[in-house]
Design a protein around this ligand. Structure first.
Ligand code: MG
Length: 260
C-alpha cells in the first residue's frame, strides 16, 4: 500500500531527516585511518540513545537474514557496497567507505547513505577512479531527485539515475533500490535504479521515498558475504552508494536528509 503524507506530517518527518544527516556527518568525520568500524557503530549508537531515536537496523530480521542485524549503521568497505555489517576492521588510508543509516524519530523514519574515501588518498593510484565512482552516485542521486516532480512517474526517477550511470560507463543492478519511507523503513513503492521514463506509479504530493543509486566499478553482479548480510561485487571491484529521503510536494521535492 502506498501512503501519502499531509504537509503537516511531512513537517513532522523533518527532525528524523535532520538527525540522520547530522549523524552521517559525525560518522564521516570520525572515519579516519586507524578507526575501527565497530567504533563508528558505537558512535552512531550513542547518538541514537542521546536523541531518544529508534534504530531501524538493530532488530531488522528479514527472511533472507540469518539473524537480526544487531548494529545501527551499515558499513560497506571497498568491494562491499550495501548492507555492510560492521565488524572488527580497522580503516586504512584510501579505503572507500559507504555508510547507510536509518532511524525513527518521534515515529517517523528517515534513511540516507554516503560514500567517501578514508584519509588522504590522493597519492593512491585509485584516487581518480574512486572519486569518479562516488561522484557518479551523487550526480545520479541529484538527477533522481530533480526528476521527482509532482505529475511525473517513478520511472522518470529510475530513467534519470540510469542515464547518469550509463554516461559514466557503469552498469546497473536492479536487485536493490529505493523505497517508500514512513512509519517503517521499507514501504511501497519500489524505486528502481533503472526504468522507463513516464512509467510506473505517479509522483503525487505527499509521497515520501528514499532514492538510492549504487554502482560497482566494473560489474553489476553481487554476492552475499559469509556474514549473511554484506553485499560484495563478484569481481572485487569497488562500489559506492548515495541515498536521500525526499518528500514530494506540490512545489517539488524536499530533501529531508539534506546535509549542511
Ligand atoms: Mg538506506
Amino acid at each position: 500500500m502506498i501512503e501519502l503524507r499531509t504537509p503537516r506530517e511531512i513537517e513532522e518527518m523533518r527532525p528524523a531527516g535532520r538527525f540522520v544527516a547530522e549523524t552521517l556527518q559525525a560518522v564521516r568525520e570520525a572515519a579516519r585511518p586507524g578507526v575501527n568500524l565497530l567504533e563508528l557503530d558505537a558512535l552512531a549508537h550513542r547518538r541514537i540513545k542521546e536523541r531518544g531515536a529508534e534504530s531501524c537496523y538493530i532488530d531488522y530480521h528479514p527472511s533472507f537474514g540469518a539473524s537480526p542485524f544487531g548494529k545501527v549503521i551499515c558499513t560497506s568497505v571497498n568491494d562491499a557496497v550495501l548492507h555492510g555489517l560492521p565488524h572488527d576492521y580497522t580503516l586504512a588510508d584510501g579505503d572507500l567507505l559507504s555508510i547507510d543509516f536509518a532511524v525513527a524519530v518521534d515515529g517517523w523514519v528517515s534513511d540516507s547513505a554516503i560514500s567517501f574515501v578514508v584519509g588522504e588518498s590522493s597519492s593512491s593510484g585509485r584516487a581518480e577512479a574512486d572519486a569518479k565512482l562516488i561522484r557518479t552516485t551523487e550526480i545520479a542521486l541529484d538527477a533522481g531527485i530533480a526528476a521527482a516532480q509532482p505529475g511525473k512517474k517513478i520511472g522518470d526517477i529510475s530513467a534519470a539515475i540510469a542515464a547518469v550511470a550509463r554516461e559514466a560507463g557503469y552498469s546497473i543492478n536492479t536487485d536493490f533500490g529505493g523505497h517508500g519511507v514512513g512509519r517503517t523503513m521499507h514501504g511501497d513503492p519500489h524505486v528502481p535504479n533503472d526504468g522507463r521514463a513516464g512509467r510506473g506509479f505517479p509522483l503525487r504530493p505527499g509521497l515520501v521515498i528514499a532514492i538510492e543509486p549504487w554502482f560497482l566499478e566494473t560489474t553489476d553482479e553481487i554476492y552475499t558475504d559469509d556474514d549473511g548480510w554484506t553485499l560484495r561485487s563478484t569481481d572485487g571491484s569497488r562500489g559506492a552508494h548515495s541515498e536521500h529521503t525526499i518528500a514530494i510536494t506540490a512545489d517539488g521535492p524536499i530533501v529531508l536528509t539534506a546535509r549542511d
